[in-house]
Design a protein around this ligand. Structure first.
Ligand SMILES: Nc1nc2c(ncn2[C@@H]2O[C@H](COP(=O)(O)OP(=O)(O)OP(=O)(O)O)[C@@H](O)[C@H]2O)c(=O)[nH]1
Ligand SMILES: [Mg+2]
Length: 300
């Protein structure tokens, strides 16, 4: 089997005491085909996410956090991509084709005291000893003992779900009684039928955990599964859309009786006039534009 023999499995020390989760038949590598895409009309719930801090030692965990959700999973499964997708950002969390790039705990602030935490991946056999021991000293104790941690989003490549290490992580985290939400990501690489099969298979695989563990399909590439994930995570974080939207207003509203600075008012009026003139010009040009052959467009 193509699974890296778990070089870091020993880190899940509690695994032996936890109930074993039956792993039902796993599919081999599946052929690539793209499913229908969906358009997203997002709630702005995680869209104000901003990078907060990288944590390399437990003592540096942000004390102001009241609620956080950690993204765990194998190296290269798509954790950082999922954070970017949920935040509707292309480069918030660092995404790489090279496994093992996220090596510390990266905190992304969503609202006052609320965070997403991007964790280093596990199962990367080539990671240097120092990186692997970080799991021991940092990620393991963090997952087991961090009180603001509300739950774990476990990211799995939907073509290779529930690897030995994923199961070890579930068994190790389950005794905390905190919820686990599995994102079967890269779903764009499966057909609709394969997606349905994998979803059923993984649900059956974790059924013994009952409501503590939920499962869904996801694709950062095709932006699917976002609303479903948003619903779960905003509930965990007790985060309302209004709370997440903290952007300062772009226009300053004048106080009652306050007069606009005359110089600024003149500049604004000039800008408005220039804009109106530009719109008028382009409207006048429009009939000619229609007749011209389109450059690389769909018309002919
Ligand atoms: N097709 C497809 N590719 C994806 C998707 N999500 C992530 N990828 C790709 O998978 C690779 C790894 O993605 P990352 O988000 O960096 O994975 P990670 O789990 O954060 O990896 P580490 O930080 O190394 O543990 C990148 O090349 C991504 O572009 C997806 O939904 N569909
Ligand atoms: Mg990453």
């Amino acid at each position: 089997m193509g699974i890296n023999k778990p070089a870091i499995l020993y880190q899940f020390a509690g695994a032996a005491h936890a109930p074993r989760i039956p792993l039902v038949g796993r599919s081999a590598v599946l052929p690539q085909r793209y499913p229908r895409t969906h358009t997203r009309f997002p709630m702005p719930i995680f869209r104000n996410a901003s990078f907060q801090i990288t944590v390399a030692h437990l003592r540096d965990l942000p004390p102001e956090s009241v609620a956080e959700v950690a993204f765990a999973g194998r190296s290269n499964a798509g954790k950082s991509s999922a954070i970017n997708t949920l935040a509707d950002h292309t480069r918030l969390a660092f995404v790489s084709k090279t496994p093992g790039r996220t090596q510390h705990l990266n905190y992304f602030r969503l609202a006052e005291g609320k965070f997403f935490v991007d964790l280093p991946g596990y199962g990367f056999a080539k990671a240097p000893e120092a990186v692997r021991s970080e799991w021991d000293g940092l990620v393991g104790p963090y997952l087991a003992g961090r009180s603001p941690l509300k739950g774990v989003v476990l990211i799995m490549d939907s073509r290779h779900p529930l690897t030995e290490l994923d199961i070890a992580l579930i068994e190790w985290f389950a005794p905390t009684d905190k919820p686990i939400h599995i994102l079967l990501t890269k779903a764009d690489k499966l057909t609709r039928q394969q997606q349905a099969d994998i979803l059923r298979e993984v649900r059956e695989g974790v059924a013994s955990l009952g409501e503590q563990c939920s499962v869904q399909l996801f694709s950062s590439l095709k932006k699917t599964g976002i609303e479903q994930a948003e619903q779960v995570l905003s509930r965990w974080l007790d985060l309302q859309p209004a709370e997440a939207v903290e952007k300062p207003p772009t226009k300053r509203v004048l106080a009652p009786g306050e007069k606009r600075n005359p110089e600024l008012a003149a500049r604004l009026a000039a800008r408005k006039a220039a804009k109106a003139a530009k719109v008028g010009q382009s409207a006048a040009r429009q009939p000619d534009k229609k007749k011209a052959p389109g450059k690389g467009g769909t018309g002919g």
